[in-house]
Design a protein around this ligand. Structure first.
Ligand code: SF4
Ligand code: SF4
Length: 122
């Protein structure tokens, strides 16, 4: 039984929180999109609390989310995006997993938490 299978609904790409990006992530996304890191940051990011985040667009979705194509930078997307929903805070706490299930239809509601944790460690 798979604990998670993305339904490509886009919910996790929506929200003002944004996705923070490290220097390495900035470089690889910039390379992928054919820009310098500086161009990528000034065109697509904002700085908050000392961190750099990919901005959201007027529709509230990440600038790199497309309704037709999903993530436009999928091969180089930030590690946080690749890791979801197997975040340490979710793997470590069943209550957080219950909340994550409400937010993400890709988390199999029929899969026990213990199995989710086991698959997170793969
Ligand atoms: S919310 Fe879950 S199912 Fe929807 S796109 Fe994100 S990971 Fe996939
Ligand atoms: S980088 Fe891609 S996966 Fe991550 S929030 Fe933006 S569109 Fe979604």
């Amino acid at each position: 039984m798979r604990a998670f299978e993305c339904q490509i609904c886009g919910e996790c790409c929506y929200g003002e929180g944004g996705i923070f990006v490290s220097d390495d992530e900035i470089k690889r996304i910039a390379d992928f999109t054919g820009h310098t890191p500086g161009e990528f940051v000034s065109a697509s990011c904002e700085k908050r609390n000392g961190r750099i985040y990919i901005r959201t667009g007027d529709d509230g979705f990440c600038l790199y989310y497309s309704r037709e194509k999903s993530c436009l930078i999928h091969p180089v997307k930030p590690d946080r995006c690749s890791l979801w929903p197997f975040f340490p805070a979710i793997v470590a706490d069943q209550d957080n997993w219950e909340l994550a299930k409400e937010a993400c239809p890709g988390i199999n509601p029929n899969c026990p938490f213990e199995e989710f944790v086991r698959q997170a460690g793969k």
